[in-house]
Design a binder for this molecule. Sequence first.
Ligand SMILES: C[S@@+](CC[C@H](N)C(=O)[O-])C[C@H]1O[C@@H](n2cnc3c(N)ncnc32)[C@H](O)[C@@H]1O
Length: 198
Amino acid sequence: MIQSIDLNAIQSAIKEKYKKVSCSPEGNFKYPTGKKGAEALGYDSTLIEAASQELIFLFCGIGCPFSAGKINTEETILDIGCGGGFDMFCASKLVGPKGKVYGLELSRDMAEKAKNNLSLASARNINIQIGSSEQLPFESSTFDAVISNGVFNLSPEKEKTYSEIFRVLKPGGRLQFADMVLKEELPPGEISAKAWSH
Ligand SMILES: C[S@@+](CC[C@H](N)C(=O)[O-])C[C@H]1O[C@@H](n2cnc3c(N)ncnc32)[C@H](O)[C@@H]1O
């Protein structure tokens, strides 16, 4: 279906959109973002209240990956498409001081915000890398759980994304994600890099 459009053009359009989002998510989404969004999606209120204003302001997830299963203390977690870092912040609170949380982010602008916000929040054992879900810069069998929130719908090569996730999960590891799905295939004329990223 997407062979007719340029995969690089899709990623450039996504980076362009999230450059804007890194300044403010407001007006860039059709759903509530920031604190209102996190509250509406059922995030634990103690985690919302523990986050700084800068951290929660950039939240633009579409669900709550933590409602899909428990994250345990001392686990090693990967957040794909970590955005401004709120989901990484929640994961770091859940794994505790002996756990580790890695983030992967396509947009350099969002990754810089996440690094800054999480360092100001004194979140421990955090590591953020710039890259794409289709080629994960991690060793095989590294993570107890992979989380993601509103990202796979943006990946132009979803089979590669899922195959990479299963490669980096430890045997018995979990994938906990929230995302959007198309209910029916779009006519080819409606598929464009701009439409993909919006
Ligand atoms: C809806 S936001 C994620 C919300 C985030 N987890 C939070 O805590 O607010 C989607 C993020 O995924 C990133 N992204 C999009 N496609 C990606 C891909 N293929 N690989 C990695 N990151 C991607 C975007 O740049 C954006 O920051």
